[in-house]
Design a protein around this ligand. Structure first.
Ligand SMILES: N[C@@H](CCC(=O)N[C@@H](CS)C(=O)NCC(=O)O)C(=O)O
Length: 291
């Protein structure tokens, strides 16, 4: 509970279930399943269990990009995991991701299903499997993977650090907001300086580095994350702005953003995706009409 008295940590931390904050209901200090629940399995080689947060969008964009290139092996069923309702703690989900976070992929294309969790690992798995969006040339590959892992290491400061204290914490505290705003502006400048040198993060080609970074930093640059555009003066990062628009215009990106989305314009929400035609017939606006 927040009070004005300075906090003195006790000798031993204990779990205070009433500590407030937007995610207090789902946060726990232990791992593992809370209930039995089998996951549904569709007919396609790739079974994705996810939600359209930035981490989820990385994978649906990648699958849509692969399909756009003609890789039919990337056909997928995208099942909705409602993290605010604790679906990530169902036994079936935990068997695929012991870390209980979306996105999680079950690749059923081989003799035995392969589970993959962590969005960066999923992007690499798909890129290597289909030989796409990850350059073969060793120097270009190293540059691409460096930016991919930059994203994995940096975004927690943006989401769990800045976003949490600026938008979600039960009260506004200057110290963490100041600390994480400084870090996020530094990160935007890192991207801006890189994108002043090359069209995409990895170089001349669009790669899984862009697919990983765009859902977070592109959304931030458009002022769509945490309503923080003005606070962080995102318009000043001109090269990030150019790159954000370039990627947003890709048809596969437009589709990928819609999958497993349960908020925003009904026409932008495709709660589950099982067929390419679902984008035309099953968005929330149309589902509401046919219900
Ligand atoms: N490093 C992970 C982060 C995944 C992650 O944080 N997922 C969030 C949604 S964006 C989640 O599932 N949260 C549910 C929870 O923490 O219980 C990845 O990139 O896959």
């Amino acid at each position: 509970m927040h009070t004005d008295t300075p906090y003195v940590p006790p000798k031993v931390w204990t779990w205070n279930k009433e500590n407030g904050g937007q995610f207090a209901k789902i946060n726990r200090p232990v791992a593992g399943a809370t209930h039995d629940k089998t996951l549904p399995v569709g007919r396609h080689p790739m079974q994705l269990y996810s939600l359209a947060t930035p981490n989820g969008v990385k994978v649906t964009v990648m699958l849509e990009e692969l399909l756009a290139l003609g890789h039919s092996g990337a056909e997928y069923d995208a099942w909705l995991i409602r993290i605010s309702e604790g679906d990530q703690f169902g036994s079936g989900f935990v068997a695929i991701n012991p870390n209980s976070k979306i996105p999680a992929l079950l690749d059923r294309s081989g003799p035995a299903p392969v589970r993959v969790f962590e969005s960066g690992a999923i992007l690499m798995h798909l890129a290597e499997k289909f030989g796409a969006f990850l350059p073969a040339d060793p120097a270009q590959r190293a540059e691409c993977l460096s930016w991919l892992f930059w994203q994995m290491g940096s975004a927690p400061y943006l989401g769990g650090g800045f976003g949490h204290f600026y938008a979600y914490a039960p009260a506004k505290f200057e110290y963490p907001i100041d600390r994480f705003a400084m870090e996020v502006k530094r990160q935007l400048d890192v991207l801006d300086q890189r994108l002043a040198q090359s069209e995409y993060l990895g170089g001349d080609a669009y790669t899984i580095a862009d697919i990983a970074v765009w859902p977070w930093y592109g959304a931030l640059a458009k002022g769509l994350l945490y309503s923080a555009g003005e606070f962080l003066q995102v318009q000043d990062y001109k090269h990030v702005q150019r790159w954000t628009e370039l990627i947003a215009a890709r048809p596969a990106v437009k589709r990928g953003r819609m999958v497993n989305r349960t908020w925003g314009e009904p026409a932008s929400q495709l709660h589950e995706r099982h067929e390419a035609g679902d984008f035309d017939t099953k968005t929330a606006d149309k589902a509401a009409v046919s219900a």
